[in-house]
Design a protein around this ligand. Structure first.
Ligand code: GLN
Length: 287
């Protein structure tokens, strides 16, 4: 006889199963997937522990659980990822936005409290558009350009700008860094460039292997894109403009040195992430 599963029992079973499979957040993932299958908010699950699942729901949930156990991320399973309180469309053509990157966005926002300020933003390696679109949603008069070398990524970025009704304030540009960038008076250049080293690439978590390699790999020492950003960013920034970059663990000194050696920037701020790792550097244009 088929067992009748309640929401509570099913969550407990899945949590244990995910834990055995080496998944980082077994409870959270079980809940997000179940809420998705039931088309409810997560909070619903807590109030309906004893509710039985229908055969159809159980079947659909089982498929998600199986794929998650094969280490497909929840973001890839659902096709969305929450970033700065916004649900971004994602797929394997873009890097899944990470919580650390919210620190970059929050830091940049802290520089301008007037949400109606006239600000121009250039996002280098925009991927899903998470950084520039979340900035534009807070700074309601700002506009900007999201650049990516991958046309497939730009398709996703564009979908997101449409979903958030931000299309009128953002243009998407296929370009290898600054190659096709025309405007030269951005207030902010923002970037979460690929920064993993060759060694990092050998030891990726299975979930991360579904991110595009070109969004992760930053050359043998992980610093290639910082060299290129330092060489060119200043030419595209206003005199008192800023450049905000996310960095990998342990890269703060090397990246600061690269920008200082370029001769056009001062370090304005370094911000650590929740794990006490230096994660964001803000450079101010000199002269
Ligand atoms: N933070 C990402 C990771 O650890 C890397 C993103 C990047 O290279 N910019 O998987």
């Amino acid at each position: 006889m088929n067992k009748i599963w309640t929401i509570g029992e099913l969550l407990q079973w899945t949590q244990r199963f995910f834990k055995k499979k080496g998944i980082d957040s077994p409870r959270l993932d079980s809940e997000i997937l179940l809420a998705h299958v039931l088309k409810k908010e997560r909070i619903y699950l807590y109030a309906h522990y004893d509710e039985p699942m229908t055969a159809g729901e159980l079947n659909s949930y089982r498929n998600f659980v199986k794929k998650r156990a094969e280490r497909v991320s929840v973001a890839h399973l659902l096709g969305t990822k929450n970033f700065m309180g916004m649900n971004f469309i994602v797929n394997t053509d873009v890097l899944i936005p990470r919580p650390e990157t919210e620190i970059l966005v929050e830091t940049v926002l802290s520089y301008e409290k007037n949400t109606a300020a006239n600000i121009k933003i250039l996002d280098i390696g925009t991927g899903s558009g998470a950084i520039i679109l979340s900035l534009l949603s807070y700074w309601t008069k700002a506009s900007g350009t999201g650049v990516d070398v991958s046309p497939a990524a730009l398709i996703i970025a564009k979908k997101n700008s449409e979903a958030f009704k931000l299309s009128e304030r953002v243009e998407w540009l296929e370009s290898d860094l600054f190659a096709n960038v025309f405007h030269r008076s951005y207030t902010w250049i923002v970037s979460n460039p690929p920064y993993l080293t060759q060694a990092d690439m050998q030891s990726l978590q299975p979930e991360v292997r579904r991110d595009p390699e070109q969004a992760l790999f930053g050359g043998i020492d992980g610093l290639s894109y910082y060299r290129r950003l330092a060489a060119d960013s200043w030419q595209y920034m206003m005199q008192d403009g800023y450049c905000a970059v996310e960095i990998g663990a342990g890269q703060c000194k090397a990246v600061s040195d690269i920008f200082e050696a370029a001769g056009h920037y001062m370090i304005d701020k370094v911000v650590k992430d929740y794990g006490d790792i230096e994660r964001v550097i803000i450079f101010k244009r000199k002269e």
